[in-house]
Write a protein that binds this ligand. Structure first.
Ligand SMILES: Cc1cc2nc3c(=O)[nH]c(=O)nc-3n(C[C@H](O)[C@H](O)[C@H](O)COP(=O)(O)OP(=O)(O)OC[C@H]3O[C@@H](n4cnc5c(N)ncnc54)[C@H](O)[C@@H]3O)c2cc1C
Length: 499
C-alpha cells in the first residue's frame, strides 16, 4: 500500500525518461530528499544539474518516512560525547539544528506548501531502567548549552516514566516538500528524469559518464544520492552499513489528538506523530523495526501495530499501512562527502540512521560546499572515508555474523522443505537437483520460482511473508516474488525458473 504522503500527492509529478545522451555540470543519481536538496542548492548557484531516478521522485524511502524534522536522533548526544568529545557532539547538534532552519528557509523562500509545523520532540520511556539514560542525555544536552528538559508528563495517551524534550523541532509533508524542491530546480534550469536506472558510472579523463541501459550523462561531478550506493568499489560501503525496515500505520483516531512528536527508548522503538489532512487529523504509529532480511516471521507486524493503536484509540480506523528501510552506520554517524579518495569529484550522502530529514539537508550543504570549493564547518564530523576504529562493537559483530551466514553458512545448509510442503501464500527455499530455488506459492497454488541469490553481492535471500518478497540479510536489497528488484543496493532482478 502507498504511504499517505504518496497517496495524497499521486498525480502531481511526472517526468520524462532519459532518452538521449546529455551533459551537465553535476549528475545527481537519486531523487530523494538528499539528491533533490543538493540539486536545489547547486542549481541556485548557477550550476547545470541533472537529477535521475529509477522510480518517480520521492517515492522511495523519503516518500515512506514519518518526516519528523529534528536534531534529536534518539539518545545520541551522550553517546557522541562519550565516544568522541564535546566539540564533536556540539558540531553534530549545530549541523542538525541549522538543518531545521535551512528547511524552513527553503519552504519560505520557495513558497512551498508542505504543512510545515513546529512541534516539540520527545524521547520517552516506560521502562524504569531507561530513566538514567534519559537523565544522562539531558545532562549531555546541558553540557552542549542546549535547552533540553526532563519531563515525566507528556500529552501521550499513556503514562511515561520520563522523557527528554527538545523544543521547536518540526514536522511536514515530505512529498509536498519534495515536489516544491522539484519546481524550484526546474525554474533554475535543472533537469529531472525518472524511471531511468543508472547501472554504472565510469571515469574518463576529467569527466564521469553515468550509464542507463540505453544512454549516458557526461558530467564533471557525480553525486550518489541513491540511498544505499549501488557502486561497490572502491567505496566499500557494503562493509560499513546495513539496512533496517520500519513499519508505519496511519489511523483516523476519531477523537482529538495530542501535540508533540514522540519516540520511545525501547529496542525497537515506537514512534508517534500527527498529520493534518484537509478534513481530519491522522496519527502515524511506527514500530517493530528489524534488520532487513532477518529470519523472523513478519506476517503479523501490522496487526501488532494496530493492536497498540487500538489500546488508546479503540474506535480508530486504520487508513494506511506501509514500510520502508533506511541505512544504518556502524558508528551511528552518516557518511557524507567524497565517495572514495580514489574517485575525485564523486560525492555521497548515506547512512542517515532513520534521521534523514535533517541529515539529508546537512549532507546537501556539505556536498554543495565541496563542489563549490568552500570549506564546510561540519564536514569533518561526517567524513565518508573515515577509517576510525568502530565505536559500536555490538553492531560490527552482528553485521559480520549476518553477512557470513548469508554469504557462506546458509548456502551450505540443505533445506528440508518440498514443493508440496509449502503452504499457499508463502515462500520457502528448496533444494532441487543440487540447486537452491526460492519458491512462492500464491493463494491459488501457482508457483513462482527464482534463484534466491542476491544480485548485489551473492548472499542467500530470506523469505519475507508480509510483503511476499525475497530480502537480503547482508545489505538489505529486496526483490518481489517474481524476482523484480524493489530495493537498493541491487539493481538487477533475480533469475526466474520454470518449475
Ligand atoms: C519508517 C521510517 C521512518 C523514518 N522517519 C524519519 C523521521 O521521522 N525523521 C527523519 O529525520 N528521518 C526519518 N527516516 C529516515 C529518512 O526517511 C531517510 O533517511 C531519508 O528519506 C533518505 O533519503 P535519501 O534521499 O537518502 O533516500 P531515498 O529517499 O531512498 O532516495 C534515493 C533515490 O535514489 C533512487 N535510486 C536508487 N538507485 C538508483 C539507481 N541505480 N539509478 C537511479 N536512481 C536510483 C531511488 O529510486 C530513490 O528515489 C525514516 C526512515 C524510515 C525507514
Amino acid at each position: 500500500m502507498d504511504s499517505y504522503w504518496i497517496d495524497s500527492t499521486k498525480n502531481n509529478a511526472t517526468f520524462e525518461k532519459l532518452a538521449q545522451d546529455i551533459a551537465c555540470d553535476v549528475c545527481i543519481i537519486g531523487a530523494g530528499l538528499f539528491g533533490l536538496t543538493t540539486a536545489y542548492y547547486l542549481a541556485k548557484k548557477g550550476l547545470k544539474v541533472v537529477i535521475i531516478d529509477k522510480q518517480e521522485v520521492g517515492t522511495h524511502t523519503s516518500g515512506h518516512t514519518t518526516a519528523k524534522i529534528t536534531s534529536q536522533h534518539g539518545l545520541i548526544y551522550d553517546y557522541l560525547i562519550q565516544s568522541y568529545n564535546t566539540n564533536f557532539a556540539q558540531k553534530y547538534l549545530n549541523a542538525n539544528q541549522e538543518a531545521i532552519a535551512n528547511i524552513k528557509n527553503i519552504i519560505d523562500s520557495e513558497n512551498i506548501e508542505c504543512d510545515f509545523k513546529y512541534e516539540d520532540n520527545y524521547v520517552y520511556t516506560t521502562n524504569e531502567q531507561d530513566i538514567e539514560k534519559i537523565k544522562a542525555e539531558v545532562a549531555a544536552m546541558h553540557s552542549l548549552n542546549f535547552d533540553a528538559e526532563f519531563v515525566t508528563k507528556t500529552e501521550l495517551p499513556f503514562n511515561t516514566l520520563g522523557a527528554i524534550k527538545f523544543k521547536n523541532q518540526a514536522q511536514f509533508h515530505p512529498r509536498k516538500y519534495i515536489l516544491g524542491l522539484c519546481n524550484s530546480i526546474l525554474r533554475n534550469d535543472g533537469q529531472i528524469f525518472t524511471n531511468s536506472t543508472i547501472t554504472d558510472v565510469k571515469k574518463d579523463g576529467n569527466y564521469y559518464y553515468s550509464y542507463t541501459h540505453s544512454n549516458k550523462i557526461k558530467s564533471k561531478y557525480v553525486v550518489l544520492a541513491s540511498h544505499y550506493p549501488f557502486l561497490k568499489v572502491p567505496g566499500f560501503y557494503f562493509a560499513k552499513m546495513y539496512q533496517v525496515i520500519s513499519y508505519v500505520i496511519a489511523i483516523d483516531p476519531k477523537t482529538k489528538l495530542f501535540n508533540g512528536m514522540y519516540i520511545s527508548t525501547e529496542t525497537p522503538p515506537f514512534s508517534y506523530r500527527t498529520v493534518a489532512t484537509p478534513d481530519k487529523e491522522l496519527l502515524l504509529v511506527g514500530g517493530y523495526s528489524h534488520k532487513t532480511g532477518e529470519k523472523i516471521d513478519t506476517t503479523f507486524i501490522y496487526n501488532k501495530l494496530e493492536e497498540e493503536a487500538k489500546k488508546y484509540y479503540p474506535d480508530c480506523e486504520i487508513l494506511y499501512r506501509w514500510n520502508t528501510q533506511d541505512c544504518v552506520t556502524l558508528d551511528k554517524i552518516p557518511y557524507i562527502g567524497e565517495y572514495s579518495n580514489l574517485m575525485p569529484n564523486m560525492y555521497i550522502g548515506t547512512g542517515f540512521n532513520k534521521w534523514g530529514m535533517t541529515s539529508s539537508n546537512v549532507a546537501a550543504n556539505i556536498v554543495t560546499d565541496k563542489i563549490l570549493g568552500i570549506e564546510n564547518k561540519y564536514e569533518e564530523v561526517f567524513t565518508s572515508t573515515r577509517l576510525q576504529p568502530v565505536k559500536n562493537r555490538w553492531e560490527v559483530r552482528n553485521m559480520i555474523k549476518d553477512t557470513t551466514e548469508g554469504l557462506i553458512t546458509d548456502k551450505f545448509k540443505i533445506p528440508t522443505d518440498t514443493l508440496d510442503s509449502i503452504e499457499k501464500d508463502t515462500g520457502k527455499i528448496l533444494e532441487i537437483n543440487g540447486h537452491k530455488i526460492g519458491v512462492y506459492k500464491d493463494t491459488s497454488g501457482n508457483i513462482f520460482a527464482v534463484n534466491p541469490i542476491c544480485t548485489h553481492l551473492g548472499c542467500l535471500l530470506n523469505w519475507n511473508n508480509l510483503d511476499k518478497t525475497w530480502d537480503c540479510p547482508c545489505h538489505g536489497s529486496r526483490f518481489n516474488y517474481m524476482g523484480t528488484n524493489i530495493f537498493d543496493p541491487a539493481i538487477n532482478g533475480l533469475e526466474i525458473y520454470n518449475l
